[in-house]
Design a binder for this molecule. Structure first.
Ligand code: ADE
Length: 227
């Protein structure tokens, strides 16, 4: 899978993809992430990427030309399944959106800033608008990193234990059950006996019951969605 990220702050992506699972996925050739500086496409004298809002309200808007040229350049090289704009007024991102996007071949993630981007970009290029939560970030970069991370870990071959993505919270509509590791007792605090029993069937049932219990108490909305 290939993800192209369009940003005016390419430096913000130096960290998130250079560690752990995503780094390994890139090294194994299972995912490619390409960062494009929108400013490189600006043709005006000062390489500006923003301008005043028409109509006089306060704040700056990202200009159409640099973004359009960057998208056109990428589209001339390959087809894209989705061109996604990260924005707080987009559809809320969740595990099922991550699952669906992990099946795509090539996607573009466009990060906005300031007061927004020229609406004509949204009208003519963007196929999907996604928000990572009901709060406002300084720009779309952190949201794009969240999308890329959650999608890439789902690609076949990325996780060493193929089943571990399947047991993630949300993957089956439930919060994950609690987990423990050695020692079996610390400070007098014991790991639940059943987990040490070796009885797979009972352990599975225990895990399911705990997952259900947690979902009911922490995120009851998830259960309603499944009904
Ligand atoms: N840009 C600013 N806030 C955002 C959010 N919550 N989700 C996606 N993109 C954003």
């Amino acid at each position: 899978m290939r993800i192209d990220i369009l940003t005016i702050f390419p430096g913000m992506f130096e960290g998130p993809f250079s560690h752990s699972i995503v780094k390994r996925a890139i090294e194994k050739g299972l995912a490619g992430i390409f960062i494009h500086n929108i400013r490189d496409y600006a043709t005006n004298k000062h390489r500006n990427v923003d301008d005043y809002v028409y109509g006089g309200s306060a704040g700056m808007v990202m200009m159409i030309q640099p973004i359009a040229d960057c998208i056109e350049h990428l589209k001339s090289e390959r087809d894209y399944d989705e061109i996604i704009f990260l924005t707080p007024d987009g559809e809320l991102f969740n595990q099922s959106s991550a699952n669906a996007l992990s099946l795509k071949g090539n996607i573009i993630l466009l990060c906005g800033h300031y007061k927004g981007i020229d609406e004509r970009i949204r009208e003519h290029y963007i196929t999907r608008e996604i928000s990572v939560g009901d709060y406002v970030l300084s720009g779309g970069e952190l949201a794009a990193a969240i999308l890329a991370d959650s999608i890439i870990r789902l690609l076949p071959g990325v996780l060493s234990d193929e089943t571990s993505a399947l047991s993630d919270s949300f993957q089956d509509g439930l919060i994950s059950p609690p987990v423990y590791t050695r020692p079996a007792e610390y400070n007098g605090w014991k790991v639940p006996e059943i987990l040490l029993s070796g009885n797979d069937k009972e352990i599975k049932a225990w895990n399911y019951a705990r997952a259900l219990e947690r979902t009911r108490s922490r995120r009851p909305g998830l259960l309603n969605e499944n009904e």
